[in-house]
Ligand binder design. Sequence first.
Ligand SMILES: *Cc1c(COP(=O)(O)O)cnc(C)c1O
Length: 314
Amino acid sequence: MNDKRQTVNAKRINETTPVQRVRSQVADAAGVRWLVKRDDLIHPQISGNKWRKLKYNLAAARQGGFDTLVTFGGAFSNHLYAVAAAGRLFGFKTVGIVRGERAANLSPTLQFAESCGMELVFWSREAYRSKENAPDFAETANRHASFYLIPEGGTNELAVRGCAEMIGEIAEPFDYLTCACGTGGTLAGLIAGCDGRGQVIGFSALKGGEFLVTEVGKLLENHYAATSQTKSSPKNWHIRTEYHFGGYARHTPALLDFMRRFEQENGFLIEQVYTAKMFYGTEELMRQGGFRRGETVISLHTGGLQGRVFNSEL
Ligand SMILES: *Cc1c(COP(=O)(O)O)cnc(C)c1O
């Protein structure tokens, strides 16, 4: 694993990302010390949690002698984008199985994926729902005799392991960690990495995020089993489900107003699918007195800026 890490570092992946102050009048008024871990700075194309989740999967693919990565995603998936970039950077062929018909004009995400050499395969929503159990999968599998399968969103036990490592990079003492959730893999990693310290709050970017409670619980159990740790599942975490702004990839004018203000005050960018919802929710909890004076809250910037809605205005 260590040799692999060196290869990885040679590719200019910056894992030891800084922790810096978040400027917010709400945080100041609440007397809360608000910090952000800037994982958006890991790599311009394999950003944030997508790198953390891919890291040990890439090492496993290499060690297993696989030459192709196969994975799943929608037309705007940060995960597909990251896998395509990682494949190019680390010398794997990549296949992206995409939900829905091929559009006449591909999304910028899919255009980028193809430009990295990713082969895009478009599946009906019905086939997509069954993923590797769909009859269509055999056809893709047969064309690539030796492939390493990465699940949708990149979440599996190795992903949890990669995300857990981040806690070791945080030197600042903290009371709370907050992060955005899609599949819950990143949140599970943070909880595992905290090992009982502090409180971890996940903000669901999807409507109906209640499923995440079960999902994250399962991911933690698998993680402890795979790493031979005998631990009862930690209780120092919960999920906020009310900051989805209409659902996955949806947003409202209020969210975009928040984004503009936050970016202006802080001098770094966020995006509307995940991170803006999380920063908004975290600030809202400060406004409502969810944290005590003198407490430190660290929010994780999971990256994803390729999908930022204002990019076309830059
Ligand atoms: C994918 C993604 C998430 C969600 O991560 P999960 O591990 O699936 O919960 C959060 N933020 C950004 C920017 C992402 O791209």
